[in-house]
Design a binder for this molecule. Structure first.
Ligand code: NDP
Ligand code: PYR
Ligand code: MG
Length: 609
């Protein structure tokens, strides 16, 4: 539209608005005292709405907007563009000396100005992801009770048994479409952190918005507080959670069951329920119990599975050796490793490889050593398919030397167990050994990027759960990849929310793995990288979202109507944009502002009078 026409329309609207405002101020002077105080209370209410973080634009309110909203004087006289606000936020963010300080600063920003917060984390994802997500979120969860200042999410506790629906309905947003819940029992590789696990639910959902661009008002972070067995927390006078030992057995299962049913009652059957950081035996039990009844994912098992498999597909592409010819060793046999192992088998079966051939070259090692057929007990029954007819052996260095894996994935929560000897052995046996040190946070990584590159003369295809900086080897700068389910769950959620299937099958995660690997090959090709760089993560999420949406629609599981012809556009239209000029929230409380034609970005609104 021609600029002049826009301004003309704007002037027209503003003139009529101002005329009616003038009229209202004339009328106001004639109001009787009780009505006058009513009028004043309306103005006060307006101000409260203005500072509602969802709508608050802070210094970005233009002079005209301040006039209309009666907020002149409540902000300093400067008007900042969004760019200037982002610059101010970045300056303040950087000024904090610790990552925990940066986290607290960002939470305060989120509590003041939601859209500016999301704008910032989207804009600066490489700087911010290590703060709102691993590794800093680990420190955040450890200190959560001490830095607690505002709710951030919903706490559903064992004392809410019998009325959880009511508690869920207490959340001020009504259109909730995805819930991320943890019971805090296995937070990253840090163990039982009880109600402090809220930091994880919040961090995951922040990535739904930062990467998947899913509108934040649809998202609800939850802690299911069933107590904790962490003695330090139980003794901490500042602990915010239920100060009792964890419920277990039937009592625990009933709480989880009531929670699931309550989510559906409160928000509907298509609400995506994302389980995060549950202890492994529970994680596997619940996936079996809920996957075919609810719109349910377990991120540690399924999200990690698709991310891990994507890394393997990239290794296959880089080494030009088919996956079934690789020897793949998993250090760790919990949610993460076993999830990847199972999805890997699914991939091989889809290539018409028989189950016995598929599992032949896949080895699992846990705290008791290599998983063999001679084991008396399998904590997670799924592991049996990988058990080998071999003598027991606990020494990881020896196992690597003997079995010569070309892909080694660690998800043990044990920092440093990929020793120099292991890494040298990998480098000796393979030109490009793939080494994925998936454990979080940073100090739990099985080896650092520097170690992996140093001990393989820079030939390793290295990725880690938490980020490591680039390493220079023989004058060559090597940038490690991040092997984190952050490459999968935001896109899965996006595709699912756009199509509303009742349940989510494992095939969705196979589709996701291929979408991530495809993105890495086609849009971010790098001969040494298993994953695209983090700065591409939002594009990866979109690519995954479209692939998942297409898949859900193609298998007839979508419940939206009509089925969109252009699925890519449909997914894009669902996304959240933070631009202060153009992205008014759907429930924008100022109809008078919504009616104004929008100025060009960064252009001050012209004064009509
Ligand atoms: N990068 C990513 O996207 C993700 C990373 N993770 C990380 O992976 C780690 C594990 O998570 P999860 O699988 O849920 O946890 P679990 O506790 O379920 O699994 C840990 C596994 O490691 C085994 N283990 C422990 N010590 C050793 C050792 N010295 N040698 C070999 N195996 C060992 C355990 O054996 P046993 O059972 O016998 O004790 C268990 O099988 C965590 O640090 C987590 O942060 C998790 C999800 C996603
Ligand atoms: C990344 C993740 O989900 C974890 O470490 O548990
Ligand atoms: Mg997790």
């Amino acid at each position: 539209m021609a600029c002049g026409a826009l301004k003309f329309g704007l002037r027209q609207n503003l003139s009529s608005l101002l005329a009616s405002k003038h009229q209202s101020s004339v009328n106001k002077s004639r109001l009787s005292p009780p009505l006058r105080s009513w009028h004043a209370s309306v103005l006060k209410t307006d101000y409260r709405k203005v500072v509602d973080p969802k709508y608050n634009k802070g210094t970005a309110f233009t002079h005209k907007e301040r006039q209309i909203l009666n907020i002149i004087g409540l902000y300093p006289s400067c008007h900042r563009t969004e760019k200037e606000q982002l610059f101010a936020v970045y300056t303040n963010f950087k000024a904090h000396k610790t990552n925990l300080g940066r986290y607290i600063y960002l939470r305060a920003l989120r509590a003041r100005q939601e859209r500016l917060y999301y704008s910032f984390i989207i804009d600066r994802i490489e700087d911010v992801m290590p703060i709102i997500y691993t590794p800093t979120v680990g420190i955040v969860c450890q200190n959560f009770s001490h830095i607690y200042h505002t709710s951030m999410g919903l706490y559903v506790s064992k004392y809410d048994k019998g009325h959880m629906t009511h508690v869920l309905n207490n959340w001020p947003e009504t259109d909730i479409r995805a819930v991320c819940v943890t019971d805090g029992e296995r937070i990253l590789g840090l163990g039982d952190l009880g109600a402090n696990g809220m930091g994880i639910s919040v961090g995951k959902l922040d990535l739904y918005t930062a990467l998947g661009r899913i509108p934040p008002q649809y998202l609800l972070p939850v802690v299911l507080d069933v107590g904790t067995n962490n003695q330090q927390l139980l003794c901490d006078p500042m602990y915010i959670g239920v100060r009792e030992e964890r419920c277990k057995g039937e009592e625990y299962d009933e709480l989880v069951n009531e929670f699931m049913q309550s989510v559906v009652k409160a928000f509907g059957v298509q609400t995506l329920i994302h389980f995060e950081d549950f202890a492994t035996p529970n994680a596997f039990r619940f996936i079996k119990k809920y996957q075919s009844e609810y719109c349910y994912i377990n991120d540690d098992i399924q999200g990690t599975a698709s991310c891990g498999l994507a890394g393997f597909l990239a290794a296959e592409h880089i080494t030009k050796k088919p996956l079934n010819e690789h020897v793949i060793m998993f250090a760790g046999a919990g949610s993460a490793a076993l999830g990847v192992g199972n999805l890997l088998v699914k991939e091989l079966l889809s290539r018409k490889i028989k189950e016995e051939d598929a599992v032949k070259n896949i080895y699992f090692i846990d705290v008791d050593g290599i998983v063999t057929k001679g084991r008396k007990k399998f904590v997670i029954p799924d592991i049996k398919r990988f058990a080998k007819d071999l003598p027991p052996e606990k020494n990881l260095e020896k196992l690597v030397e003997d079995l010569k894996p070309s892909i080694l994935l660690g998800a043990t929560g044990q920092g440093g167990i990929f020793t120099e000897k292991i890494l040298r052995s990998m480098g000796k046996n393979h030109k490009h050994p793939a080494i994925l040190a998936c454990s979080n946070p940073t100090n739990k990584a099985e080896c650092t990027a520097e170690q992996a590159y140093n001990f393989t003369e820079g030939r390793a295809l290295y990725a880690s759960g938490s980020p490591f900086p680039p390493v220079v080897i023989n004058g060559k700068r090597l940038t490690p990849s991040q092997a984190n389910n952050a490459f999968s769950f935001p896109g899965v959620a996006l595709g699912v929310l756009c199509t509303k299937p009742h349940t989510i099958t494992d095939d969705v995660f196979l589709v996701t793995a291929h979408a991530i690997a495809e993105y890495a090959r086609e849009f971010a090709p790098n001969e040494n990288a298993l994953y695209p760089p983090v700065k591409e993560a939002a594009n990866v999420a979109f690519h995954v979202g479209v692939a998942v949406a297409k898949y859900v629609i193609s298998c007839g599981a979508a419940t939206i109507y009509p089925i969109p012809k252009d699925i890519t556009k449909h997914v894009k239209d669902y996304q959240y944009y933070t631009d202060l000029g153009t992205a008014l929230p759907s429930v924008w409380p100022y109809p008078e502002l919504a009616r104004l034609p929008l100025p060009d970005r960064d252009e001050e609104m012209e004064c009509a009078d």
